[in-house]
Design a binder for this molecule. Structure first.
Ligand code: ADP
Ligand code: MG
Length: 633
């Protein structure tokens, strides 16, 4: 009977093999984290059991004191981490310990470069979990019995971490999981009890579950078990009693990050709803930041009982980089995601946590601009989703945004709207901006010329999200946003009376030429007019106030949507020598050629492309030939 039970061999999923390889080679210098991961899994298993026992109390049965136990066997060279949590069935062991379930895993692996230093940073973002056991163990054996199952239904999983694992049925007298590590020769330090204790206090002190180690008498005699951690959930303790190091370690455990957080905020809220929040801003972007559906941000607890990861309802999407937890005193323990969807308590927690994060960022921006810049460079693009998503906090979010501008000579976004407004000359009423494909295209767009000449700052926007952002905001502190490439560039009080008079004269004198341009270009343009914005360029195109902007049209085209063709307004600079020469051409045929080139050039500067570039090149070549012929004649 002894071994009638079959041993089965399974191969690891490809990603697991890659992960194992990477981990063993890149996390060499930080071996001890395996213990944090395994204790954290044991603690999760206890949380899951408690949670399931709320609807099925038999699961807890007699064994109600949940614990994690860590013990070393020097003779055998093994380290065992045991828990009496939820356990795993045979099928669960095969899937949970043989595959990586996280969505986007394949994408993650495609980003690995083969450069160990870089990859080890990435892997820190990914979170290493159970497989980190192989950093220190040559063999890992997992013996597990699921809550509610019989002793003979237990399972043993074992692997050397090299591509496959074996699985067989076993007998196990108690519920839960034992993880037995046969340590590598260079990892024997983890057999030392003091070493183990210090790692546990370092990483797991905040866990509410007791993490126990053997209690020894004077003669090294085993006298039972004693808890090594303080066993009080960190966030339930008084702020003044918690050290920065404790906050940082806690962050690393819950966020699976190797680096310290940038900052955090810990608050007990009383009032319409009662809850505690502990919210962190990471230093680095998590690997799945760009996936809007994948938000691993906020854990929800109810009265210190873990309920769920990734409680999307507690934090708006534009703050999805925030990590941490919220512990409610009001929600029912059996709260489901559906209940969370539309619930007064959740809503007030979300409002509160949003305000908390925004004010934490605001304070950082004020007190420590340099660190704020680090934050902005990492998460700014996500925060830009905010003004459209969260109207109630729009002004605060806008004050947190940073832009490149003509005031600085760098593509780095450093200028805040408050900086901009503070620099506005008295007569300036609007905040001028331009959106283009790149920083350079924005900076060099001819439409900025008049503003440059008058010394007026223009915000230079060139991220994909910018057009969308600007289409959702009207003003900041009562100063309207004005695109310099849309509509009539109204300089308001900035255009002095003299300018205006001069302008009117020029327009009057140029009237007939405008008609010539219109008949030469026909349906291609909506209108031809004298420009108010150019000084150094002969012409430009702009969109009408009510038409879709160039960048918005591009965004929609890129998203596969049909976009009605926009007709541009063609603006001519009569002061430009080239324009003066063109209008002096008497032959209408030739004039039309020139007009077309001016329009194509202007289109190129604004759109970055032409519908028929070959035709443009041919036309330019033809004119160049004529000109060079004139020159050599
Ligand atoms: P994560 O903890 O992020 O889910 P891990 O790699 O740490 O990822 O663990 C993988 C899975 O293995 C867990 O989600 C869980 O289902 C299972 N598991 C690991 N350790 C235990 C344990 N001690 N008890 C029960 N299940 C466990
Ligand atoms: Mg884990």
């Amino acid at each position: 009977m002894a071994d009638a039970r079959q041993t089965e061999t399974h191969g690891f999923q490809t990603e697991v093999k890659q992960l194992l390889h990477l981990m063993i080679h890149s996390l060499y210098s930080n071996k001890e984290i395996f213990l944090r991961e395994l204790v954290s899994n044991a603690s999760d298993a206890a949380d899951k059991l408690r949670f399931n026992a709320m609807s099925n109390s038999e699961l807890l049965s007699s064994d109600t004191e949940l614990y994690v136990r860590v013990s070393a066997n020097k003779e055998a060279g093994t380290l065992t981490i045991s828990d009496n949590g939820i356990g795993m069935t045979r099928d669960e062991a095969i899937t949970h310990l043989g595959t990586i379930a996280k969505s986007g895993t394949a994408d993650f692996f495609s980003r690995l470069s083969g450069d160990q230093v870089k990859d080890s940073h990435l892997i820190g973002q990914f979170g290493v979990g159970f497989y980190s056991a192989f950093i220190v163990a040559e063999t890992v054996t997992v013996r597990s019995r699921a809550a509610g199952s019989e002793a003979h239904e237990a399972v043993e999983w074992s692997s050397q971490g090299e591509g496959e694992f074996t699985i067989r049925d076993i007998e196990k007298s108690n519920r839960g999981t034992d993880i037995i590590l046969t340590l590598r020769d260079d990892a024997k330090e983890f057999l030392g009890e003091w070493r183990l204790r210090s790692i546990i206090t370092k990483y797991s002190d905040h866990l509410s579950i007791p993490v126990q180690m053997p209690k020894r008498g004077d003669d090294e005699q085993l006298e039972g078990w004693e808890a090594v951690n303080s066993g009080k959930a960190l966030w339930t303790r008084d702020k003044s009693e918690i050290t920065d190091d404790e906050y940082k370690e806690f962050y690393k455990t819950i966020a699976h990050d190797f680096e310290d957080p940038l900052l955090w905020s810990h608050n007990k809220v009383e009032g319409t709803s009662e809850y505690t929040s502990l919210l962190y801003i990471p230093k680095r972007a998590p690997w799945d930041l760009w996936n809007r559906d994948q938000q691993n941000g906020i854990k929800l607890y109810v009265k210190r009982v873990f309920i769920m990861d990734d409680a999307k309802q507690l934090m708006p999407s534009y703050l999805r980089f925030v990590r941490g937890l919220m512990d409610s005193a009001d929600l029912p323990l059996n709260v489901s995601r559906e209940i969370l969807q539309d619930n007064k308590i959740t809503r007030s927690m979300r409002t509160g946590s949003t305000k908390r994060v925004l004010s934490m960022l605001k304070k950082l921006a004020k007190d420590d601009p340099e660190t704020y810049q680090t934050f902005w460079d990492t998460f700014g693009t996500v925060l830009k989703e905010g003004p459209a998503e969260d109207h109630a906090n729009q002004e605060t979010i806008l004050s947190l945004l940073r832009f490149a501008s003509t005031h600085e000579d760098t593509p780095v976004a450093k200028v805040s709207l408050d900086d901009y407004v503070a620099r506005m000359p008295e007569k300036q009423e609007k905040i001028y901006y331009i959106v283009a494909d790149s920083y350079e295209a924005a900076r060099d767009n001819p439409a900025l010329e008049i503003l440059r000449k008058k010394g007026i700052e223009v915000l230079l926007l060139s991220e994909r999200i910018d057009e969308w952002l600007m289409s959702h905001v009207i003003d900041y502190k009562d100063k309207a946003f004005q695109s310099v490439t849309r509509g009539d560039l109204d300089l308001g009080e900035l255009a002095d009376a003299e300018d205006k008079e001069q302008q009117e004269k020029v327009e009057e004198a140029f009237k007939d030429h405008l008609k010539r341009f219109e008949s030469a270009l026909g349906e291609q343009v909506k209108l031809v007019r004298v420009t108010h914005r150019l000084t150094d360029s002969p012409a430009c195109i702009v969109t009408d106030e009510n038409d879709m902007s160039t960048q918005m049209a591009k965004l929609m085209e890129a998203a596969g949507q049909k976009v009605p063709e926009t007709k541009y307004i063609f603006e001519i600079n009569p002061g430009h020598t080239l324009v003066q020469r063109v209008v002096a051409v008497n032959d209408e045929q030739r004039f039309a050629e020139w007009a077309q080139i001016l329009l194509d050039q202007a289109t190129l500067a604004e759109r970055g492309s032409l519908k028929d570039p070959a035709k443009f090149v041919a036309r330019v070549n033809k004119l160049m030939l004529e000109l060079t012929a004139d020159a050599t004649a």
